[in-house]
Design a protein around this ligand. Structure first.
Ligand code: CP
Length: 330
């Protein structure tokens, strides 16, 4: 693996999940991999989980970590080739990426969508230009279109809860290969939120569920369709109650409109996930979550919430990715 920019960079999705879960038994068993290696983390946006879990993952591997809140502390970056830099932008990404590569063995970058111009956002300039000009691997810590470390942790969580034999194609017992089996039902449900949020978490979750042996349904109000290129082939149900029928896992997430790019078109509180709607299903959310807007207290404080399990798995998802990059790029 050269970089980890999206889930598509994983050499083998099922293997990544099973190996990442196995890391939890002995997290410090691989300190030799990161000895004398440095991870540099550049944050263009806020973070709690990504920042700390990725640091913890690096420390578990024996790495040193350097962190920079780039939007507050770095120079304003220029991305265009041939730009005459006589205005506000003081540093070209070519030098920034080249310099970081002198100090770091892996670079992690978080740079969210601007949510104003989809054509601009879809280029994911910060992530892709760093990957282009750095001479070391780059890890996506959440970009405009994806959050692949979160999705790997989410897939780990479902695998642990449902059982690898139930949800991973590669783990199917060969003797049962011809037996149809009841599928684990996973619903990605939109929920209201007062601010316009990006599509990254939802996009990567959809991509992950497409790789798993699950009955996957997306539910959202009319007008909240995600990028059709990403959701192609996934059933969409605009009646949330109908979508939730028989669900084993309900992943709750707000996203702003894709069609009216970056706009908040609904804050309908009837989409908030309550215990009555959840029934016996497990509830998932990437966090941070606005209580009693996105998900009710009774769900988050109840026994069916998996949000802390997901957050814990962020460490091992990151550890698997960093370890694999160190192994493949030494
Ligand atoms: N889920 C997640 O990425 O959390 P942070 O934004 O706090 O890193």
């Amino acid at each position: 693996m050269k970089h980890y920019l999206s889930l598509e960079d994983l050499p083998d999705f099922d293997q990544a999940i099973t190996q990442a879960i196995a890391l939890k038994k002995e997290p410090r068993a691989q300190t030799h991999l990161g000895r004398a290696k440095t991870l540099g983390l550049l944050f263009f946006n806020n973070s709690l989980r990504t920042r700390l879990s990725t640091q913890k993952a690096a420390k578990n591997l024996g790495m040193e970590v350097m962190i920079m809140n780039f939007s507050e502390e770095g120079w304003q970056l220029e991305f265009e080739n041939g730009a005459v830099m006589d205005q506000g932008k003081a540093e070209h990404v070519k030098e920034a990426a080249g310099v970081l590569s002198q100090y770091c063995d892996i670079i992690g970058i978080r740079a969210f969508a601007g949510l104003k111009d989809y054509e601009e956002d879809r280029q994911e300039k910060v992530l892709h230009y760093f990957a282009k000009y750095a001479s070391v691997p780059v890890v996506n810590l959440e970009s405009a279109l994806g959050h692949p470390l979160q999705a790997l942790a989410d897939a780990m969580t479902i695998t642990e809860q449902a059982g690898a034999n139930e949800v991973l194609h590669s783990q199917r017992n060969e003797n049962e290969a011809w037996e149809p089996r009841p599928k684990t039902k996973v619903v990605l449900s939109w929920a209201p939120h007062p601010r316009a949020l990006p599509h990254a978490v939802a996009n990567s979750f959809v991509q992950a569920m497409k790789k798993m042996e699950v009955h996957f349904v997306i539910s959202h109000p009319e007008g909240y369709e995600l990028d059709p290129e990403i959701t192609a082939g996934v059933p969409i149900e605009t009646d949330q109650n109908k979508a939730l029928e028989g669900a084993h896992f309900v992943y709750v997430k707000n996203w702003s409109s894709f069609k009216d790019y970056g706009q908040v078109r609904s804050q309908d509180p009837s989409w908030t996930l309550s215990s009555q709607k959840l029934k016996n299903a497990k509830c998932m959310h990437c966090l941070p979550v606005r209580r009693n807007v996105v998900i009710a207290d009774s769900v988050l404080d109840g026994p069916n919430s998996l949000v802390l399990e997901q957050a814990n798995n962020r460490t091992y998802a990151a550890q698997w990715v960093l370890g694999r990059l160190l192994e493949d790029n030494h």
